[in-house]
Write a protein that binds this ligand. Structure first.
Ligand code: ADP
Ligand code: MG
Length: 715
């Protein structure tokens, strides 16, 4: 292999050395690793084991009991692939292994690939759960174990006789090979690896050095506690976790300082004229929570630096009107306001609502979405540029280059989790042209437990709407099976006969033609066979803006009784006359998605029903989601459960967890460390006497951390 020309030396490598220089990584593997974003030694070192096996003391075959997990060292006796009807791919590989104390059958589903790889006499490490054979309960077997073939009897110290790190395979680059590359990498770690924590802090928290932490996380010392390692509680892992949380909190603290230093237009909010203007646009008596939130917002708006506030409230809690009131304050102070929504349907709905409320007061409102006619759009742009219009409502069309404001003073972003940090920033930049930053309010219906809001939105102040407007009857949620659909349709007919409306939702996992067909077919079936006398509408993502708007318009006016839809109705749609929500294949939706969908009903005084239709047998996780939906309407409880079921990465979508840049930290699991990290980071950033230390830390940050800091700056 040509790579050996670059044979490793024993000279410590720099962290930015390319991985292909390492022993055991040649160009092909370097290519594989690059696809995972692993290019340098540092990237590789950040690829951490997800599990550890104690291979100092192996279990003996004679002692294994069904229901437990074991690590065995054994030899191959025999092996055979049994193929199913479809040939190679669904073969089950049956393997018989033996140690000094007995023999044990193992079974690998999809194990056809093992056929020519295993030979009698070979030494293996097997790690997995032992189960009782279904047909012969006295017989034990190991099912789908993690397996490593030991290359020679002259064993490398990385493979046995120690606590061994297990890595997730990267393509054909298996755990064992990654381990050996990692071993080489760790040997070459520079002795003067920069330590990003101040020495005093490290001493106070009794954490190991960064260098030791990296080495011991990959290759734990023999006296390490395997259980602590497997729960990420070893001192070495805690140190790496702390670094990530500390760095992230530091970036938030610095970002917050920068915001405080930026100029914003301080608004007058306590004057009678403004009070009167606010009253004029308010169509109902605000809830106590809405009043409190508006007071908190108003206090921010008075300050000469930008507001940066998150308005959290369950679906239907009335966030929109609070945002519009803040917009009115901005407008009354001679500036413009913008409201950005994640979908066209929602943008149009906000636009109609804003025009209805603000129009009579003499304010001019513009809609900006991508599907607009050119002439209409240019006219709207012109009115925003000259200041003739005071409020712009739209989708990300608002952040296009051609959009200019005369004097933008306030920005609201609805359902902010749908936008990236950069999009928020681009909208804010629309005000920068006139030398100030806008006040920013972000609205979200995804209630986030405190630990996570600290992690994710640590730079935002938070207002909470913990109260629904009066006169709402709680939604009744029921779970049923497809077999009972006729009864479900009957209940929809009754609802419509009483003058109400209904949604029937189908999953579209990706908006491909085939997936869409399901919703379209169902729509036709429902129109013809099930509800021939009713008016049905169809809404999905592939319709043009005009078509979507037309359907929504007719649904709003009750010209459509039943709206058959994909998840495009998930976010924010507000038609209070709709009282039934039927979700087919409910097992295929995420928990927060289900909660959002259900939030489309229960918006008026009439009793509302949500019916979840799912097959009687689903996965355990799907069943847990459906149970939660039936049990509670509380968005906070649902978010907590969602988080537990999915883990934080999934919860926020890959983009956002990627933004956080965590390799090992998990804000949920590492709550206590997060609190400490936040306290220490803020103390450091805010203490002028610590400035030199802070600068030293910032200089010592490795490149991927620098990227994170850049991200924090744009946030
Ligand atoms: P969300 O917080 O989910 O965005 P919306 O702002 O869409 O909620 O409000 C939900 C519904 O409640 C709307 O129809 C809105 O007009 C109505 N609403 C909001 N606040 C009040 C209130 N204080 N009293 C009565 N109805 C209200
Ligand atoms: Mg909303």
């Amino acid at each position: 292999m040509p790579a050996s020309a670059n044979a490793p030396t024993n000279v410590p490598l720099r962290l930015d050395t390319e991985v292909r220089m390492l022993k055991g990584v040649g160009p092909q593997r370097a290519e594989l690793l690059a696809q995972r974003g692993i290019r340098t030694l540092l990237d590789l070192l950040n690829y951490l084991p997800f599990r550890y096996e104690d291979r100092i003391r192996f279990s003996q075959i004679k002692e294994v009991q069904p229901g437990n997990v074991y690590t065995l060292r054994a030899k191959v006796l025999s092996g055979q692939a049994i193929r199913g009807m479809y040939g190679g791919r669904d073969a089950i590989y049956h393997l018989l292994v033996q140690d000094d104390t007995g023999s044990l059958p193992c079974k690998f589903f999809h194990g056809g690939y093992l056929e020519n790889r295993l030979k009698p006499g070979q030494s293996l490490i097997l790690h997995g759960k032992v189960e009782a054979d279904k047909l012969r309960p006295a017989r034990r077997e190991m099912v789908n174990p993690h397996m490593e073939i030991l290359s020679t009897e002259e064993l490398d110290s990385t493979e046995v006789g120690r606590i061994v790190p297990i890595y997730e395979a990267i393509g054909t680059f298996g755990s064992r090979q990654i381990r050996s590359a990692m071993y080489a990498a760790v040997q070459l770690l520079p002795h003067d690896l920069p330590d990003i924590l101040p020495t005093t802090l490290r001493a106070k928290l009794q954490l190991p050095s960064r260098r030791d932490a990296l080495i011991q996380t990959h290759f734990p010392p023999p006296d390490a506690d395997t259980e602590a390692l497997n729960t990420f509680r070893s001192p070495a892992q805690q140190r790496l976790i702390f670094d990530e949380l500390f760095g992230y909190q530091l970036s938030i603290a610095l970002e917050r300082q920068a915001t405080r230093r930026a100029n914003a237009i301080p608004f007058r909010v306590r004057e009678d004229g403004i009070r009167a203007a606010l009253k004029k646009v308010l169509p109902f008596k605000p809830t106590a929570a809405q009043k409190r939130a508006l007071a908190e917002i108003a206090a921010d708006l008075e300050k000469p630096f930008p507001m940066n506030r998150l308005l959290q409230g369950d679906v239907g809690s009335g966030k929109t009107i609070v945002a519009l009131q803040a917009a009115v304050i901005a407008i009354e102070n001679g500036t413009q306001a913008a409201l950005m929504a994640p979908t066209e349907i929602l943008a149009v709905q906000h636009f109609l609502g804003a025009r209805r409320l603000l129009g009579p007061a003499g304010y001019q409102v513009e809609l900006l979405i991508s599907g607009m006619k050119f002439t209409e759009k240019s006219a709207a742009l012109e009115r925003l540029r000259t200041g003739a219009s005071q409020l712009a409502v739209g989708t990300h069309a608002l952040i296009e280059d051609q959009v200019h404001f005369a004097r933008l003073g306030f920005v609201a972003i609805d359902e902010q989790h749908r936008f990236g940090v950069l999009q928020r920033k681009r909208l804010m930049d629309k005000a920068a042209a006139h030398g100030h930053a806008p006040h920013v309010l972000v609205l979200t219906a995804t209630p986030i437990p405190r630990t996570l809001s600290l992690t994710l939105y640590g730079d935002l102040d938070v207002s909470i709407l913990n109260e629904l407007p009066p006169g709402r009857t709680p939604i009744v949620t029921r779970l049923t099976t497809p077999q009972h659909l006729p009864g479900v349709w009957e209940s929809v007919r009754r609802e419509v006969a009483a003058g109400q409306q209904a949604y029937i939702v189908y999953p579209v996992i990706e908006e491909s033609k085939r997936a869409l067909k399901a919703a379209i077919d169902e729509f036709e079936h429902l129109s013809r066979e099930v509800f021939p006398k009713l008016k049905l509408g169809l809404l999905h993502g592939r319709l043009s803006s005009d078509e979507k708007e037309d359907v929504m318009q007719r649904f709003r006016k009750n010209e459509i009784n039943i709206l058959v839809a994909t998840t495009v109705v998930e976010v924010g749609v507000d038609v209070p006359n709709a009282t039934a929500m039927i979700i087919e294949h409910a097992d295929r939706f995420g928990l927060s998605q289900l909660h959002q969908l259900r939030g489309r009903i229960g918006r008026g005084a009439k009793k509302s029903h949500c019916i979840l239709v799912a097959p009687p047998r689903t996965t355990e996780i799907a069943a847990a989601r459906l149970d939660t939906m039936v049990r509670t309407n509380d968005g906070f409880e649902i978010a907590e459960t969602d988080l537990l079921l999915r883990g934080p990465g999934d919860f926020f979508g890959t983009r956002q967890s990627g933004d956080m840049g965590f390799h090992i930290a998990n804000p949920l699991r590492d709550k206590e460390l997060l609190e400490v990290a936040r306290r220490e980071a803020f103390a450091l950033a805010e203490d002028p006497a610590q400035k030199p230390t802070l600068q030293q830390i910032l200089r010592a940050l490795p490149p991927d951390w620098q990227r994170r800091y850049h991200l924090a700056k744009v946030g």
